[in-house]
Design a protein around this ligand. Structure first.
Ligand SMILES: *Cc1c(COP(=O)(O)O)cnc(C)c1O
Length: 464
């Protein structure tokens, strides 16, 4: 099919993420991808600074992952998981249990990150129910989070970013505390403690993205906040769910972000990089105790079972991806990428209109005081030979771990080009960041980099 035909059919019939018809910007046609590079239908290439949304940590067409997929294809691509099992699922479960924090030993395979969060919430509520605490069916979370697009995950996404006002009466009403401060703050933890005390009889679990809030705003916080949440959960006898779908498998410099805090959640969600970005697969991992309590309850087990649960092809590639990761130099490489991002992005901090530049592990973020001009920014980044997908007021990168120094420098240069293009093309219109107004924080706005934003569109924008 030629490029024009693909573009025409796409424009006429194909939904894209967070998209309408006609799309506000037309998608680029990718023909193939190899290493860290995408090749477009017109023959041009770009370094992928997004790892296909955190997933492709080893780059594209990795020989070991390709071989695993090919070998599994010769055996079977899929069989149902009800009443059947197979080596790819067993191998992957054993590998995962080895890698995740200590008491997490029971693996539920889900077919996407959102579904793994659905399962985590279901586990928490079913656990409480099995203990006779039927009123404990709400989830507490901090604002600024992102946990997926199906309804249960949406209910714990940031209420502004997740457009909760539009879904009133449809979404489960959860319990929110203000977004986490950047630095450890006892007053903040005291506020969470008070909320738990007053609402304990309704709350089954706390869910958070530890250390890095991803698609909700690419914000980082002190790992000690996560350990403090662990303490509060223990004190109030509620479960801690950590969503590491974005942060898992080395992205933040530790294998899991909870490792920065030295704690284990009761329930852990992983996805995205699990298959090295090859296939859709996620997992919800929990403790023996929780599995046991759920299994003793009225349902006699977990009431969930996706058709493509533990898809053998996906499991085989995931095992290969984790083997490659463990055997690789990621523990040295990710800090080197962190250095490269710091060096490459630092000059942008001086630009008028740049509110904050922050880097953690293989994640680099530039926050602007205005909405990114998607067309201008994307064109400028692509002209520099790089692929990035900004959202709201953020231009960011989380490159594949296999990127070399020269390509990394190209990514930071491309990111800079996107920043400059936005600053050159847009002018300040509104005077207050709309999303801030309805998100009161106990840490007054002084601590939030966002508070200095002077230009902000009131349009609701989404990660894509
Ligand atoms: C991407 C993401 C999800 C949703 O995963 P999908 O596979 O897109 O359903 C959930 N939580 C976090 C933290 C994510 O980054």
């Amino acid at each position: 099919m030629d490029q024009a035909t693909i573009e025409r059919i796409d424009a006429d019939h194909v939904w894209h993420p967070y998209g309408g018809f006609p799309a506000s910007t037309s998608p680029r046609v990718v023909e193939s991808a190899s290493g860290v590079r995408l090749t477009f239908a017109d023959g041009s290439t770009a370094i992928d600074g997004m790892s296909s949304w955190w997933a492709a940590i080893h780059g594209y067409r990795h020989p070991v992952l390709d071989a695993a997929a090919t070998a599994q294809l010769q055996k079977m691509s899929h069989v149902m998981f009800g009443g059947l099992t197979h080596e790819p699922a067993a191998r992957l479960a054993a590998t995962l249990v080895d890698l995740v924090p200590e008491p997490l030993t029971k693996v539920f395979f889900a077919d996407s990150g959102s579904v793994s969060v659905e399962v985590a919430i279901k586990m928490a509520v079913q656990y409480q129910r099995s203990l006779g605490r039927t009123e404990r069916n709400r989830i507490l979370t901090w604002r600024g989070g992102y946990h997926g697009d199906t309804f249960a995950p949406m209910s714990v996404c940031d209420p502004d970013g997740g457009m909760h006002a539009m879904w009133r009466g449809v979404l489960a009403e959860q319990v929110f505390v203000p977004e986490p401060p950047v630095d450890y703050d006892e007053d903040y933890i005291a506020l969470v403690d008070d909320t738990l005390t007053s609402q304990r009889d309704r709350i089954a679990a706390i869910i958070v993205e530890p250390v890095v809030q991803g698609a909700g705003g690419m914000r980082f916080h002190d790992p000690r906040l996560v350990s403090a949440l662990r303490g509060l959960c223990d004190a109030h006898d509620v479960l801690l769910i950590c969503d590491e779908i974005a942060t898992g498998f080395g992205r933040t410099g530790e294998l899991f972000a909870v490792d920065h805090a030295g704690i284990a959640p009761d329930i852990l969600c992983v996805g995205k990089a699990l298959t090295g970005g090859y296939l859709t697969l996620a997992a919800t991992v929990t403790t023996e105790e929780i599995a046991e309590v759920i299994s003793r309850g009225e349902a006699g087990g977990l009431a969930h079972g996706p058709t493509f649960m533990a898809n053998p092809l996906a499991c085989a590639v995931a095992s290969a991806s984790l083997d490659v990761l463990v055997a690789s130099d990621w523990r040295n490489r990710v800090p080197q990428i962190e250095d490269g991002l710091r060096t490459g992005l630092a000059p942008l901090a001086d630009l008028d209109g740049v509110v904050d530049v922050r880097v953690l592990g293989a994640i680099g973020v530039v926050e602007l005081d205005r909405q990114v001009d998607m067309q201008a920014a994307t064109d400028a980044v692509l002209d520099a030979g790089v692929w990035l997908r900004p959202f709201r007021n953020l231009i960011y990168t989380m490159p594949p771990f296999v990127i070399d120094d020269a390509d990394l420098a190209a990514v930071t240069a491309g990111l800079g080009a996107g920043v400059r293009a936005t600053l050159a093309s847009s002018s300040c219109q509104s005077s207050a960041p709309s999303s801030q107004s309805s998100a009161p924080s106990p840490r007054s706005s002084a601590s939030s980099p966002r508070s200095s934003a002077s230009c902000w569109s009131s349009e609701v924008e989404t990660p894509a």
